[in-house]
Write a protein that binds this ligand. Structure first.
Ligand code: MN
Length: 196
C-alpha cells in the first residue's frame, strides 16, 4: 500500500505567529513528504507492503520504522491544531477529569508536559497518552518512536525536533512549546481518548 501526505486541515498561515507558514511549508511539505516518499520506496516487496501504518510501526525496525514512525507522529501532530480562538483553551469533561486525576490540575499538566519536552535531549517527541485503564501518562520518545510501541494510546504530542521550531524560535524550544497551547483542538484530543 502506498502512503500519501495527509493534507493539513487548516490554511498554511492559520497557526501564525506561533507556527509560521514558512515552518509549515518546510515541516509538512518537505520533511513529512520526505518520510512518506522514503517509506513508499522502502516497502515494496517486503511483508510491510500490506500493513497499516500502525502495524508497520509495531513490527518493523531500522529505516522502515524510522520513516513509518515519523509519518504516524506527524499525522497526529498536524491534525491536533487549529487557528487560535479568543478566550481560554481548555479540555473539558472526561478528558479534563483524567488530566486532573493524573497530574493534579490542568496548569500542572501543562508545566510537566512542557518540562518533559524541554528536557528531552536531542530529537524526539513528548506525548500525552492513555493506558488500557484510561489513566494518562506523559512520555518522552526519542527520534521516531511512538507510544503505541509501549501499548499506550497517543492523544497529544509536541514535536521537539529542531525543524519544528527553528525558523520561528531559533534555539528557544521552551518558548515554542509554551506558545503551542492556544493552538490545540481539545475536541480532537478528547475524540482520541474516547476511542480508546
Ligand atoms: Mn517534525
Amino acid at each position: 500500500m502506498a502512503f500519501s501526505l495527509q493534507p493539513l486541515p487548516y490554511a498554511q498561515d492559520a497557526l501564525q505567529p506561533v507556527i509560521s507558514a514558512e515552518t509549515l511549508a518546510l515541516h509538512h511539505g518537505k520533511h513529512l513528504q520526505a518520510y512518506v516518499n522514503n517509506l513508499n520506496e522502502a516497502i515494496p516487496g517486503t511483508p510491510f507492503e500490506m500493513l497499516s501504518l500502525e502495524d508497520i510501526v509495531l513490527k518493523s525496525e531500522g529505516g522502515i520504522l524510522n520513516n513509518a514512525g515519523q509519518i504516524l507522529n506527524h499525522n497526529l501532530y498536524f491534525a491536533q491544531f487549529r487557528a487560535p480562538k479568543q478566550g481560554p483553551n481548555l479540555p473539558t469533561g472526561k478528558l479534563l477529569t483524567a488530566i486532573e486525576q493524573a497530574f493534579g490540575s490542568f496548569p500542572a499538566f501543562q508545566d510537566q508536559f512542557v518540562q518533559k519536552g524541554t528536557t528531552l535531549f536531542g530529537s524526539g517527541w513528548v506525548w500525552l497518552s492513555a493506558d488500557k485503564e484510561g489513566k494518562l501518562h506523559i512520555t518522552q520518545e526519542t527520534n521516531a518512536y511512538n507510544p503505541i510501541q509501549k501499548g499506550l494510546c497517543p492523544l497529544l504530542t509536541f514535536d521537539v525536533w529542531e525543524h519544528a521550531y527553528y525558523v520561528d524560535y531559533q534555539n528557544r524550544r521552551k518558548d515554542h512549546l509554551t506558545a503551542l497551547w492556544p493552538l490545540i483542538d481539545w475536541d480532537i484530543i478528547a475524540h482520541r481518548f474516547i476511542l480508546e
